[in-house]
Write a protein that binds this ligand. Structure first.
Ligand code: FAD
Length: 468
């Protein structure tokens, strides 16, 4: 077959995994081309994921804090929301970041190509640009970083503009009066946090018996209580069986003990998970195995079954998180450049940037029980933290799990404002093999929320003194 250009390393997909791999490989001397269907680098995370959601969550937090302080002597009037300006600010944040990536690619002489890529043989990808022209790119090695997309449900009229996914919800085209969030996981609850503060009446429906099913129940409880007071309804152990669109709205049928048979909403956000893009890339033409769910199996070097093709990020499996993709991207690039690297992270932290935030890393208590581990916990309630109280909040909690034989930390869960930033210390402690004394004897600055991690370790050791 014909080959229009040839590169040393082709990276398919320019999300956190893809751009990290491309930059690292270029730094190590490889000749790199990145292909992405989008006009901009950054993939889902920068364009329609992590970053725009965090910008809008910041806006939501500002509104929430004015309400909280209105009860404590600082009265604010309700915000005047200029949706267009808010949207532009969010788009500006994304624009700065993806523009920055374009600059970094150029500096490194990484070629970026806009187009849809498809493997046509073991060493060739056909790239089709928006205007329909195709280019065949030959490569010595390739890294597949094509990510994932939102799961669609067969009984939901996804073409109706009132049916949202995370991408359209982040566009912020309007604020529906009654919004159903279908799926009580991280993405659904983050978007609920945004829309609730912007004025929507929120109902959340979740199939499992708790929101954020991956986290321990005690950890999720303060969030459940916080939103329980603010949202119209949180329907747990409830299945949505039908969504019908008509002029009055979207009528949703539920199956669940506490759920109404039907209810009508002005918009429905479907956030029931993401599926990998592995089935849509022609990987069979390259001899690369894809499992029946669309994931691409890899080894610790991030190699697929075809030794010259690597895969990283959401497309290789759970957890579908940007920081995992970044680290995998580095490994794939280093191995492609001939280095002896491997992905051997002990733990990958998870964070829900809700209000309050929920973050966990390593073994959860549910998991420790299921695996029959001999573990103990140290817990520190934030009601005893002066810093937490001075933020006007007291519902947070820090729980650390230790191996009772070695006293080493094996997991941690934090709920409260800034939990996502705080969990990093626990991740480092686990990677370093720290024990409870290491953490408890580390002097944390006062008054900070970080002290709660030291205090949780002391609680486990039975040496806890008072805080405030
Ligand atoms: P992706 O970012 O998925 O990028 C893949 C790229 O490949 C896309 O740009 C796509 O256009 C391109 N592509 C796919 N197929 C082709 C093809 N055939 N040809 C050319 N290009 C193709 N993670 C976090 O860690 N923290 C968060 O706070 C967070 N928030 C999120 C919020 C939302 C609303 C969503 C949806 C996700 C969030 N995530 C978050 C998850 C995070 O976005 C992903 O884990 C991450 O983007 C995965 O990176 P990746 O490198 O695998 O690829």
């Amino acid at each position: 077959g014909r080959e229009d250009v040839h590169v040393g390393l082709l990276v398919l997909g320019a999300g956190p995994g893809g751009y990290t791999a491309a930059f690292r490989a270029a730094d190590l001397g490889l000749e790199v081309m990145v292909v992405d269907a989008r006009d901009t680098l950054g993939g889902v995370c920068l364009n329609v994921g992590c970053i725009p959601s965090k910008a809008l969550l910041h806006a939501a937090k500002v509104i929430a804090e004015t309400k909280e302080m209105s009860e404590h002597g600082l009265k604010f009037t309700a915000p005047e929301i200029d949706l267009g300006a808010l949207r532009s600010w969010k788009d500006g944040v994304v624009g700065r970041l993806v523009g920055g990536l374009a600059g970094l690619a150029k500096q490194r002489k990484v070629t970026t190509v806009q187009g849809h890529g498809r493997f046509v043989s073991a060493h060739r990808v056909e790239v089709t640009t928006t205007d329909g022209t195709t280019t065949v790119v030959g490569f010595d090695q390739a890294i597949v970083a094509a990510g994932s997309e939102p799961v669609r449900l067969p009984f939901v009229p996804h073409d109706d503009p009132r049916v949202l996914d995370s991408t359209s919800a982040l566009e912020l085209s309007d604020i529906p009066d009654r919004l159903l969030v279908l799926g009580g996981g991280i993405i659904g609850l983050e978007m609920a946090t945004v829309y609730a503060e912007l004025g929507s009446k929120i109902t959340v429906v979740e199939l499992m018996d708790q929101i954020i099913p991956g986290a321990d129940k005690d950890l999720v409880k303060p969030l459940a209580q916080h939103i329980g007071k603010r949202y119209d309804d949180v329907l747990l152990s409830t299945k949505v069986t039908d969504v019908t669109a008509d002029d009055d709205g979207l009528t949703v049928s539920f199956e669940g003990e506490k759920a109404p048979a039907t209810a009508t909403f002005d918009a429905v956000l479907v956030a029931v998970g993401r599926r990998p893009n592995g089935a849509a890339l022609g990987l069979d033409a390259a001899g690369v195995a894809v499992d029946d769910r669309g994931f691409v199996p890899v080894d610790a070097q991030m190699r697929t079954n075809a030794a010259h093709v690597f895969a990283i990020g959401d497309i290789v499996g759970q957890p579908m998180l940007a920081h995992k993709a970044v680290h995998e991207g580095k490994v794939a690039a280093e191995v492609a450049a001939g280095q002896k690297s491997a992905f051997d992270a002990r733990v990958i932290p998870s964070v829900a940037y809700t209000d309050p935030e929920v973050a966990w890393v390593g073994v959860t208590e549910n998991e420790a029980k299921a695996r029959g581990l001999s573990y103990g916990t140290g817990t520190f309630p934030w009601a005893a933290s002066g810093r937490s109280l001075s933020l006007g909040r007291s519902e947070g909690s820090t729980k650390v799990l230790f191996d009772t034989e070695t006293d080493r930390i094996i997991g941690a869960g934090i709920v409260g404002p800034s939990a996502g930033d705080l969990i990093a210390e626990a991740a480092l402690a686990i990677e370093m093999g720290a024990d409870a004394a290491d953490i408890g004897l580390t002097i944390h600055p006062h008054p900070t929320l970080s002290e709660t991690i030291g205090m949780a370790a002391e609680a486990f050791e039975g040496t806890l003194t008072d805080l405030y």
